[in-house]
Design a binder for this molecule. Structure first.
Ligand code: TA6
Length: 300
């Protein structure tokens, strides 16, 4: 795969100032998408949305001050793309999609004023060394006052393609101990922080008082983060995603992560749009599947 240079990218896609490529953290190339109603940054590394901010609002995505920005390493924050597996279903953790550079296929302003970018990752010798299948993955981020993300995977193999996926979105919150999450009332989940114990939520909004790592299978609900400290609600609407994961590392896990500040856990919350385990995707040869997340904010 030939790497795309900064000059080439700005020449090919930079006619409209709505899209500009620049050198970001760690010398990695990122796209700066500027719509009238909001802005975003997307690294070619991992096709990783690292920043999204609707005009007049605080940034929506959390980024650790300790994040590493290096080829082969995951970025700690924004929206890591977990593909073709989730967690320890394979090695490396959360798959290889977030560890390699994706190719920019298109970028520009749309007729509705939004600005979008599409990046692709095709199977190659490196991916085959971990996962012996032929595929093309395409990630599109569309920015307006809303952040819309979609991941389309096409089976280019002769046989069935079975994979897991997650848009592992890190949100900024004022203080996790003050935040409520609506939408998961009464839902069943597996408590990954306690040996995957099967549990069921009560009929109250979710509050946080300890490490939380919960996998909600066969759940298509829109989640709403209610943040009194930032006086805003963030809604996480999803399409063709049947798994939701909710994660805050809390004190001990925060200390155990070298690319995450010990004092950062109160200011973040992951609500992940996924298809994992029993919700994994199965594609016949030539078939495609697209998972989508739509992130909106509103003032309280
Ligand atoms: O989605 C939650 C989770 O699976 C947690 O168990 C934790 O491992 C988190 O992902 C982050 O994983 P990472 O490999 O990015 O450190």
């Amino acid at each position: 795969m030939t790497r795309q240079s900064l000059e080439q990218l700005n020449k090919t896609f930079g006619a409209d100032p709505a899209v500009r490529f620049e050198t970001g953290n760690g010398g990695l190339i990122r796209a700066v998408l500027s719509a009238n109603a909001g802005e975003a940054h997307v690294y070619l590394h991992g096709a990783h949305v690292s920043h999204f901010q609707p005009k007049g609002h605080a940034p929506v995505l959390f980024m650790s001050a300790r994040s590493i920005f290096e080829p082969g390493k995951p970025i700690r924050g924004g929206v890591p793309i977990c593909f073709p597996w989730f967690g320890q279903s394979g090695n490396p953790m959360h798959g290889f999609g977030r560890l390699t550079e994706w190719t920019v296929e298109s970028a520009g302003r749309q007729s509705d004023g939004s600005v979008s970018i599409t990046l692709a990752l095709s199977s190659n010798d490196w991916t085959r060394s971990m996962w012996p299948h032929e595929f093309v993955a395409r990630f599109t981020a569309r920015i307006s006052a809303t952040l819309e993300m979609s991941l389309e995977v096409t089976n280019r193999s002769q046989g069935e393609l079975s994979y897991e996926e997650a848009l592992h979105t890190y949100f900024v919150v004022s203080d996790i101990r003050q935040v409520l999450v609506h939408g998961l009332e009464g839902a069943t989940y597996r408590d990954k922080a306690n040996k995957m114990q099967p549990r069921q939520r009560d009929n109250q909004p979710l509050r946080f008082s300890a490490e939380t790592d919960s996998v909600y299978p066969s759940n298509t609900a829109t989640c709403i983060i209610e943040d009194p400290g930032l006086r805003r609600r963030i809604s996480v609407e999803k399409h063709d995603s049947r798994t939701t994961v909710v994660w805050n590392p809390w004190i001990d896990k925060a200390k155990a992560m070298p690319d995450f500040g010990d004092d950062e856990w109160p200011g973040m919350l992951c609500i992940e749009t996924a298809n994992t385990a029993e919700n994994r995707i199965h594609l016949a040869p030539g078939q495609s599947h697209t998972i989508r997340a739509v992130i909106r904010t509103e003032s309280m």
